[in-house]
Design a protein around this ligand. Sequence first.
Ligand code: GLN
Length: 187
Amino acid sequence: MKKVGVLDLQGGVEEHINLLDKIDNVESIRIKKAEQIDSIDALILPGGESTTMSKLIKKYNLSEKIKNFKGPIWGTCAGLILLSKKIENDEKTETLKLLDITVKRNAFGSQLNSFIKKEKISVLQYPFEMVFIRAPIISKTNNNVEIIAKTNDKIVGIKQGNIIGTSFHPELTNDKSFHEYFLSLIK
Ligand code: GLN
């Protein structure tokens, strides 16, 4: 049984839990306290509001535990923002700096607050439905970062070692394949 934690401070927790529950041999765990991180095999940081989530990570002393976690980590949308080294249009929000990237929040502008695009992703066999909601883009990547997804020439998915970030929300589709790919990174 693979134990997958979803950081349960704010945002789209339920959607990840619902999708994980459709996959065999996976136990999903809502992570509210630092010590729970000791017992999981992989960790998901969901979408939501990165500023709020950042404050709650600090309040509940979760930062060091997440930074020292050795298993795969995946951040969706606000979760991706929190994993990044730098937010180019937000100096105040504290991030975990686990991914050697710069992100730009709400980068698709008000015209394109939310949209869906089907696009090839390097880590999946077939085009995947990408759901964007006030999504960030990845504006800079270092050499050690692999680009796994793009849309309109913008980087929207990356991988660095066993840490993944996506601007889009696979948990809002009925397709289990991105979650299954993430789970395949568990050793
Ligand atoms: N716009 C949000 C932020 O900057 C992210 C949106 C999302 O997670 N769907 O935190």
